[in-house]
Design a protein around this ligand. Sequence first.
Ligand code: HGY
Ligand code: MN
Ligand code: MN
Length: 423
Amino acid sequence: MSALSSLAPLGDAASTVAAHVDAARLLRSIETLASFGARSDGGVDRPALSERDLDARRYLIDRATELGCTVTTDACANLFIRRPGSENLAPVMTGSHADTQPSGGRLDGCYGVLAGIECIAALNDAGVRTRRPLDVVVWTNEEGTRFQPGAMGSSAFVQPALMERYRTVSDANGVTLAEALDAHANAFPSLTARAEQTPGHAFIELHIEQGPQLELADLPLGIVSGIQGVRWYAVTCNGVAAHAGTTPMPARRDAMTLAIAVRAEIDAFAHTLGLADTRVTFGRWSVTPNSINTIASCVTFTVDFRHPDERVLAAFDQQIAQCAQRHGVALEALFSHAPVDFAPALLTRLSDAADALDAPTMKLTSGAFHDAMYLAQHCPTAMLFVPSRDGISHNPLEHTDDDYLVLGTRALAHCLTALCNDA
Ligand code: HGY
Ligand code: MN
Ligand code: MN
């Protein structure tokens, strides 16, 4: 029997802590965190390690300190909020990310961080001392919009050698990750480095589904069995800048015309390969000189391809490389992660917690990637979802009903308390 399946006497400790989750305190913390980088349309724009992200981190560190926790960091500015246990055992870990999309919502990532902190507050209020320490982690740059690739903090945590390359990555303004990390260190000079640890006992990430499945099934909780694979590429098409009025059409080398043709070809084989499960997105475009009356000399666009089958992902890699070569365009691989299956024993523990709260659930895989995809290399890992209204996310309209947010937090508290008392 794995350590995870040795159910410690749950007794009422887990249920007591779940009952001490304070709905108003949780919802208030979501509103407060959303204020850092608030948009006028109700969304949030908080790039990783930006000034507003540093402000958000200061709020999280202050809350952790008020709860009697210690906060440490590491080479990628991940924050580790620790509630000590009575024994020096491997910690139970939870958490998510606090950086957002440029026109993001207030829950993506943030909910998992704040629910973890609420679990600590509930443990304190319940007066429960657990055997194992509990770590709530704020992973750096999960979204990957300011610095590519995504999930930088969690990937560097499990593969520290990645930091050498990551530190040289620049954002759109030419600021390197190294410079952003220095600004973070200057903002929080008293943060000490996390001592090297044995692998965690378990990692649970609570997150909004960001898709429609739970809402369509009218269910409040999803037990996430895995995450589909992902590929990010940048395609650069070159042409010749020329006058929009004087240059005859046959004489043009229009980079945008080439880019549109290449995009169409990628879109076509992505759907042929992946069939109904294909998710292909061409989300970011940059045009040079980007002038209304000059023919484009250079167009770069990104490709985000997702699929649950590793063979389809490999076939996509092959076909996009052949397509780039055929058209004479440059192809840069930005990010790649295989599909992930989570730990069955941990899925059972999450189901036990939901059952204890009489909450019906369904199993599903995640269409979005998460830090948990890397933590699965570190220790037994699983995720818990709550529904997203209309399945919308990466959009200011992102919303989850308060009752679901609270129930998800209670289920997380129940499961973490039980895991923290594992032998
Ligand atoms: O792109 C993703 O799947 C995640 O939301 N960052
Ligand atoms: Mn997220
Ligand atoms: Mn996201």
